[in-house]
Design a protein around this ligand. Sequence first.
Ligand code: U2P
Length: 288
Amino acid sequence: MAILSANLASSAALALILVAASLCLIEAKQFGIGIEIGSRGRPRQREFDYFNLALQWPGTYCQRTRYCCPNNACCRGSNSPAVFTIHGLWPDYNDGSWPACCTKKSFDEKEISTLLDPLEKYWPSLSCGKPSSCHGGKGSFWGHEWEKHGTCSAPVTGDEYNYFLTTLNVYFKYNVTKVLNEAGYVPSNTEKYPLGGIVSAIQNAFHATPKLVCRNGAVEELHLCFYKDFKPRDCAGGSSSSSDMLFSGSSCPNYISLPAYASLGAGNVESEVSWVPEDVDLRWVDRL
Ligand code: U2P
């Protein structure tokens, strides 16, 4: 009898622990914390829903450049990029949140040494500032993107080399600059283009709706979204929303500009841009 009641007590305690554990998990999910407990008791990243290929428009970013240094692509003069360049490949959740800094793997530039040419051309930093790394300290733009987003993409994109290679391949396959140029949306410092026209051009080409981010009426970022097999999908949830609904909360007005790169200091004075050594910590000051 004593053994029976001891068994009953321990089963009840076990059931209580299991219920409490599953309640904790539900709560974590509801709050979008994105952390689950793995089989060995270690925190595990909640599976993300889709990829966001974030592109930046140098014509807009470079207008804010106040400091130059060798690795800031805004400072390349006539060789400065005239195409959308890569900001990052971000794993996202459908609720608008995202995981970040998912493993302890630090960035090692040696791992991507064979990709440096295309990375410098199509995934350059547009700033002299050094973004924070996930494990304290400051690092390169690529290091920041890998540690913050690449480590969370790893279940699909694998190691550092494959994260950068995959991102370049998706970028080349879905050439937004070409699509827009062919539809007549060419860089201009005088024209304004209808937001709906730009969105439609991309929808027609890729059969998915992008997200645009503007600053002072100019395109600053354009996001293309993908399922985890890299088939295009809408960036804003729901596939049948009209452009009007999708862009009602957008940072872009109905008519937007796609500024051409203007040599630094043009319109102002060349001396407004000062050159600084590579290792100075500007904390992204020229992006603010
Ligand atoms: O949008 C401002 C910054 O928030 C981060 N962001 C935004 C959307 C998203 O899906 N994922 C994400 O991380 C970006 O931070 P970064 O990668 O530049 O550190 C973005 O710049």
